[in-house]
Design a protein around this ligand. Structure first.
Ligand SMILES: CC(C)(COP(=O)(O)OP(=O)(O)OC[C@H]1O[C@@H](n2cnc3c(N)ncnc32)[C@H](O)[C@@H]1OP(=O)(O)O)[C@@H](O)C(=O)NCCC(=O)NCCS
Length: 163
């Protein structure tokens, strides 16, 4: 495994092998690093999500390094479980992952997006046009805030969702 690998490909999970890889990344980042419990990390929505995997190409092809899932709720695509393994952070893979997830949702006709962002990542998601709404709240023991984005640029309504 070479953490300097930069040839990262993002894909929609379509095989059991890819799904295992996505869950391994989530386990490493959320269960192990952020101490989220299994019961909070893996929920009843897993079967209804589009799962996303980022993995290396090139010489180390197939090493899972990033993951996320998209849930479709009414008019909104909700981006969840966004994560990059520590060794690959700080090289724009997180931004590429968010862009990929937004494009996947757009290809399904969605123009409105939301997420529960970890509070310290408001700037990271605001780079993609997300705006924070409302107050901080606790999720899995971590402060979060609702963030919303609309492709038409209209300011999101604070009533769009109660966290
Ligand atoms: C958030 C995360 C996906 C970003 O991945 P990444 O590959 O490091 O992101 P990038 O290299 O594309 O972008 C780095 C940006 O994120 C910001 N960032 C990353 N971690 C941060 C942190 N802990 N606190 C504040 N900002 C952070 C950086 O300041 C940087 O900002 P910039 O765009 O102005 O340069 C990654 O840090 C991660 O997996 N964290 C743990 C899981 C998590 O918290 N997921 C978010 C759930 S809402």
């Amino acid at each position: 495994m070479n953490p300097v690998e930069t040839d990262i490909r993002f894909k929609i999970v379509t095989t059991l092998d890819e799904l295992i890889k996505a869950y391994l990344v989530r386990a490493i980042v959320f269960l192990e690093e952020q101490k989220v419990s299994y019961a909070e990390e893996v929920d009843e929505h897993e079967y209804a999500c589009v799962h996303i995997l980022g993995e290396t190409g090139g010489r180390t092809a197939g090493e899972p390094i990033a993951a996320g899932r998209i849930r479709f709720l009414g008019d909104y695509a909700k981006l969840e479980r966004i994560c990059v393994r520590q060794a690959w952070r700080g090289r724009a893979q997180g931004h590429r992952l968010v862009d990929f997830m937004l494009d996947v949702a757009r290809q399904r006709g969605f123009k409105k997006f939301k997420m529960h962002a970890q509070a310290h990542l408001v700037h990271f998601y605001s780079c993609h046009g997300f705006q924070p709404i409302g107050d901080l709240f606790d999720e899995a023991g971590i402060p979060h805030i609702l963030m919303v984005k609309k492709d038409d640029g209209v300011t999101p309504s604070p009533l769009v969702e109660k966290p």
